[in-house]
Design a protein around this ligand. Structure first.
Ligand SMILES: [Fe+2]
Length: 345
C-alpha cells in the first residue's frame, strides 16, 4: 500500500531540517503513526485502535489479511513498514518467530502483566488476550456437568460429536496440547476414538457445531468461548443455536482447559518501534483489556479485569498450565496424526 511511498516522502522531507520542524504533529510525521499487520477481523479490533489513537494521538494504519502476513513481512525485508503483527493462535505466532521476522520485546510493563505461560521466554511474542476451546453441548440431551477432553474418545459418544476440520488452527492447537500431555501414541489412539464418535465428516466452523446440535445432528462439539457468546448476545439470527446449547469448560485429566491466545510480535525492521511499543503496552493496559473482555468476548491477560458476564457464566476458567511454547512445538505432530487417522475423511 501507500506506506512505502509515504515513508519515502517522509525521508525526503526530513532531510531538510527546516521542513522537519514543520512536520511535528502532521499526518506525515513518522513519529505519529504505527503500522499494524493483522489476522484479526478488522471490525473486532478497530474499536481498540480508535481508542488508542484517541488516547495517544498515534494514528494506526491497518493491513489485514487472512493468511500470508509473515511471508509478506519477510519478503518486504528491511523495507517492511510493519511495526506490529497482531495475530491469533499460538501456531501462527510461532510461525512468525520461525520465519525470523521478529525481534525480542523488552518491556518491564509486559513482563509484569503477562504471565510466563503466555509469553515467549525470549520475548519474541506476548499474548494480549485468551480464548478457550470448550464443549458446546445440547441442553436437552447432555445432562452431565463436567467433561474431559480424553472422554471425547469414549464410545458412549458414538455418532454424537460434531467438529470442524481437524487441521483448522483451533483444533490443531488443541490436538497439539493433547500430544504435549500424553505423547504421540496415545494422542493417535485418542484421535481415532474421537473420529469414531463423529456424527458427520468434520465441516463448517465453530458456530455450525452449535447449529448442528440445535438441529439434532449431534449432541456435543468443540467451539471457542467467544463464538457462543457472540451468538447468544450479538448475532440475533443465531440466537436459537445458542439457546439449544450450553458451554462446558472441559479439562485435561491432569490439567486444565486448553486456551489459545491472540498475540503480538514486534517485526525486526519496525520503522516506528517506539510507537509499536506504545501500542503493545497499551494493549495490555486497563482500557484495552476491558475492551478485549467486552467487545471481543475474550479473557483478559491482565489480572483484575472483569470477565464479560456471558463468558463468566461458563464457570471459572482453570487454564491448562502446559506452556504454549510446548503446545506449538507439537503442532506438526498433531497435523500429521490428523492425516494419519484420516480424521477429516
Ligand atoms: Fe475465531
Amino acid at each position: 500500500m501507500a506506506f512505502t511511498s509515504v515513508r519515502a516522502l517522509v525521508r525526503v522531507l526530513a532531510a531538510s531540517t527546516a521542513l522537519a520542524g514543520c512536520l511535528a504533529g502532521s499526518a506525515f510525521a513518522q513519529s505519529g503513526e504505527v503500522n499494524v499487520y493483522t489476522y484479526r477481523e478488522q471490525k473486532l479490533i478497530q474499536p481498540l485502535f480508535d481508542a488508542f489513537t484517541k488516547e495517544t494521538g498515534v494514528k494506526v494504519n491497518v493491513i489485514s489479511a487472512s493468511s500470508g502476513l509473515e511471508q509478506r513481512i519477510k519478503t518486504e525485508g528491511a523495507n517492511s513498514p510493519a511495526d506490529v503483527l497482531l495475530t491469533v493462535d499460538i501456531g501462527r505466532v510461532e510461525d512468525a518467530v520461525q520465519a525470523g521476522i521478529t525481534q525480542p520485546i523488552t518491556s518491564a510493563t509486559l513482563d509484569k502483566v503477562v504471565g510466563p505461560a503466555l509469553r515467549d521466554p525470549e520475548g519474541h511474542w506476548y499474548a494480549v488476550s485468551m480464548r478457550a476451546r470448550v464443549i458446546y453441548a445440547s441442553k436437552e440431551r447432555v445432562k452431565q456437568a463436567t467433561i474431559t477432553y480424553e472422554e471425547l474418545a469414549d464410545p458412549k459418544w458414538k455418532g454424537k460429536i460434531c467438529i470442524r476440520s481437524g487441521q483448522h488452527i483451533y483444533n490443531n492447537a488443541l490436538f497439539a496440547a493433547y500430544v504435549a500431555h500424553h505423547g504421540e501414541a496415545k494422542a493417535e489412539e485418542w484421535l481415532k476414538g474421537v473420529k469414531a464418535n463423529l456424527a458427520q465428516k468434520p465441516s463448517g466452523g465453530d458456530r455450525e457445531v452449535a447449529r448442528d446440535i440445535a438441529a439434532g445432528k449431534c449432541d456435543i462439539g468443540l467451539g471457542n468461548t467467544y463464538y457462543w457468546a457472540l451468538m447468544n448476545d450479538v448475532e440475533t439470527d443465531k440466537k436459537a443455536w445458542a439457546d439449544a446449547t450450553r458451554v462446558m469448560l472441559p479439562s485435561f485429566q491432569n490439567g486444565g482447559t486448553h486456551v489459545n491466545v491472540s498475540g503480538v510480535v514486534l517485526p525486526k525492521h519496525a520503522p516506528n518501534k517506539a510507537n509499536a511499543m506504545k501500542l503493545i503496552e497499551w494493549l495490555v493496559g486497563d482500557h484495552a483489556q476491558h475492551m478485549y473482555a467486552d467487545v471481543n468476548y475474550e479473557y483478559p491477560v491482565r489480572d483484575g479485569i472483569a470477565i464479560n458476564k456471558t463468558i463468566a457464566s461458563y464457570g471459572t476458567l482453570k487454564a491448562d498450565a502446559m506452556p504454549l511454547s510446548r503446545v506449538a512445538a507439537n503442532k506438526k505432530a498433531a497435523a500429521n496424526l490428523v492425516d494419519k487417522v484420516g480424521f477429516d475423511q
